[in-house]
Design a protein around this ligand. Structure first.
Ligand SMILES: [Cu+2]
Length: 350
């Protein structure tokens, strides 16, 4: 549809909505949003055009003291990455970033990927394991299932992602996530931590546009949080996800974040306004223990455990201190209250 025809269609739709039910300006905005969404969908990679697969829960089953079965899907699922901006994401389990995986150091992982994508292969590259990529990270064809086994011997906060060519397209379209391998002897600060959250940073580009992904700058840079246990907040990487639903803590709490920057292209300068990180474990390895950092640098595919104590009630913005990226969405909030519950006060963002 040409630009003028598109504008005309939007105006006609708006007038129809208005004359049909006499609603407010909000209706006009909504109809413009709907039209914009239709146009995004019309540019979708042909074979995915009518595909929108419902999220499939990840399956993690411990079958022995040191052995765990993990089943995931690769699938095409629509995600509203910013208000009114739908993205037909390539995902693990219908989430982008994918669900967080937690295993123990020394576990053998038996991993199964069910590729529900009807048209292209996908795969799984886990940074948490020792593997032969040419054998263990291989492509799974459309509508097929593949299984692999590998050991997770090193503790840390690791990235996982689809490694199918062109890998940039698979990651930038949404196929990334975090796997935490818990250290056998824990972290030296374990007993002091009151609450913990996962925060993932990722970028979005123009829909499935390799040129933009390669040579452009991100349209959005975003944070999400992933549920560590049932009932925890679990979001996609969408603009405002952690402002609309801030993380919570109580005055005096020592808070731990498992942070991960899945990129695909940009570095994160992770910072929480109003505090500093008393304890940091770079890449989540207890051996990499650092003290008193204001900002933690996360390369693309870098992780960390960061810990800090909140001493006063209030709203603490979570940012990447690369403020061009914060402006594009990479802002969240930790709300600190007397009792650790949301008191409904205003959330400060940057
Ligand atoms: Cu893929």
């Amino acid at each position: 549809m040409g630009k003028i025809a598109k504008i005309a269609a939007i105006m006609v739709t708006s007038v129809m909505v208005l004359s049909a039910c006499g609603k407010s300006d909000l209706s006009i905005e909504k109809s413009v949003e709907a039209e914009a969404n239709t146009n995004v969908t019309s540019k979708v990679f042909g074979p995915h055009e009518h595909v929108n697969q419902k999220p499939t829960p990840i399956k993690i089953d411990r079958i022995g003291a040191h052995e765990v079965n993990i089943e995931m899907t690769s699938q095409i699922t629509d995600i509203e990455i910013a208000k009114g901006d739908m993205y037909k994401a390539w995902t693990f389990n219908g989430e982008a970033p994918g669900p967080v995986i937690v295993v123990n150091q020394g576990d053998k992982i038996n991993f199964t990927l069910k590729n529900m994508d009807p048209s292209i292969p996908h795969s799984m590259d886990m940074h948490a394991v020792h593997a032969a990529p040419s054998k263990d990270f291989t492509d799974i064809m459309p509508d097929e299932t593949g299984s692999f086994s590998y050991p997770a011997d090193n503790p840390g906060v690791f990235m996982y992602h689809c490694g199918t060519k062109p890998v940039l397209a698979h990651i930038a379209n949404g196929m990334h996530g975090t796997i935490i391998v818990k250290p056998t002897n824990g972290y030296p600060t374990d007993s002091k931590v009151d609450r913990e959250y996962v925060i993932v940073q990722n970028e979005w580009y123009k829909y499935n546009d390799m040129d933009d992904m390669t040579n452009g700058t991100p349209k959005y840079v975003v944070f999400s949080t992933k549920a560590l246990k049932a009932g925890d907040n679990n979001t996609n990487g969408t603009v405002g996800a952690l402002v609309d639903h801030p993380l919570l803590a109580k005055v005096g709490d020592k808070v731990r974040f498992y942070v991960m920057n899945v990129g695909p292209n940009e570095v994160s300068s992770f910072h929480v306004v109003g505090t500093m990180f008393d304890d940091v474990y770079l890449d989540g390895n207890p051996y990499n223990h650092m003290k008193g950092l204001q900002t933690v640098m996360l390369p693309a595919s870098g992780g960390a455990v960061v810990e800090f104590t909140v001493t006063k009630e209030g709203s603490y913005p979570i940012v990447t201190h690369q403020f061009n990226h914060a402006t594009k969405g990479a802002v969240g909030a930790l709300k600190v209250t007397k009792d650790g519950h949301d008191d409904g006060s205003k959330t400060m963002s940057h």
